[in-house]
Design a protein around this ligand. Sequence first.
Ligand code: HEM
Ligand SMILES: N[C@@H](CC(=O)c1ccccc1NC=O)C(=O)O
Length: 287
Amino acid sequence: MNDNDVQAPADNTRSLEKEIVQDLRGSTYGDYLQLETLLSAQQPVSGHHDEMLFIIQHQTTELWLKLLIHELKSACEHIGRDDLRPALKRLARVKHIQKQLVEQWSVLATLTPAEYSQFRGELGEASGFQSAQYRELEFLLGNKNAAMIKVFDHHPENQRVLRETLEAPSLYDVVLRYLARRGYAIPRELLERDVTVAHTHNDALVQVFKTVYEHPDDHWDVYETCEELVDIEDTFQTWRFRHFRTVERIIGFKRGTGGSSGVPFLKRALDLTFFPELYTVRTEVGE
Ligand code: HEM
Ligand SMILES: N[C@@H](CC(=O)c1ccccc1NC=O)C(=O)O
């Protein structure tokens, strides 16, 4: 028998190697990751078993949202400096994080209506509608809506960050400005638009993308960037879809704790689009 043979040890226990550090007085795993802070932040208020799932589902989502925002802001900065390659790397990462968030809905879907109803009353008027990071992400991606900032009246710091993001160009604005610098015929009204409101469909922009999509080999990095944006919108819509379907199976058509109609309100979010011309161009290709 040599060392490479795969065989369980007789006592089915792995012996420790003598080099493994065990005398830990310096920085450890737990210190570095601030696990005492992180793992003391789950405090169910109802005493019901399933509330832990509800809290952790939200907290892990907020952690991933934090990374999404970090990566997207950095991607925008790189594009602003005409440095497309690192931006594409970040956008690829964004897509994988989004996929985690989409998959995560299946964990919450194990929460039944009876289980949720045991602690829903404890939530008062709290709602995901009041997630500042979610709103920041939507603004970064171009779903600008100043009215969304009102629910943060009680939290000046959230409000400051959201105003700042509202007033900054979105990912799409940044990409279109970059394309203009590269000589693409981006309509002037888009380059000079009021970035505090959502972008709306522009026919002339479709023609720019038509050239790119009909001759990808001549515009490869732009084509790749556009497809990254489409992936991001596609996965974002899948997240919205899984949210409303999961909500529907848990609370049916009850009104939301945040005061909305509930499922009908969530369903209408699916009508919103970040990069509309990247979808309409598909009708034009080959025509
Ligand atoms: C039992 C689970 C859940 C239910 C029943 C639920 C229900 C709802 C409802 C009814 C709304 C509309 C606003 C309102 O009136 O409250 C909403 C909004 C929202 N929820 Fe949830 N939700 C659940 C889980 C989650 C989770 C895990 C997240 C992740 C952070 C989340 C994030 C959001 C966000 C970001 C909004 C605002 C959406 C928008 O503006 O389009 N929700 N939710
Ligand atoms: N809007 C939900 C409550 C809810 O889901 C929630 C409550 C407190 C903190 C986060 C929440 N998540 C998403 O909306 C409901 O109507 O049941």
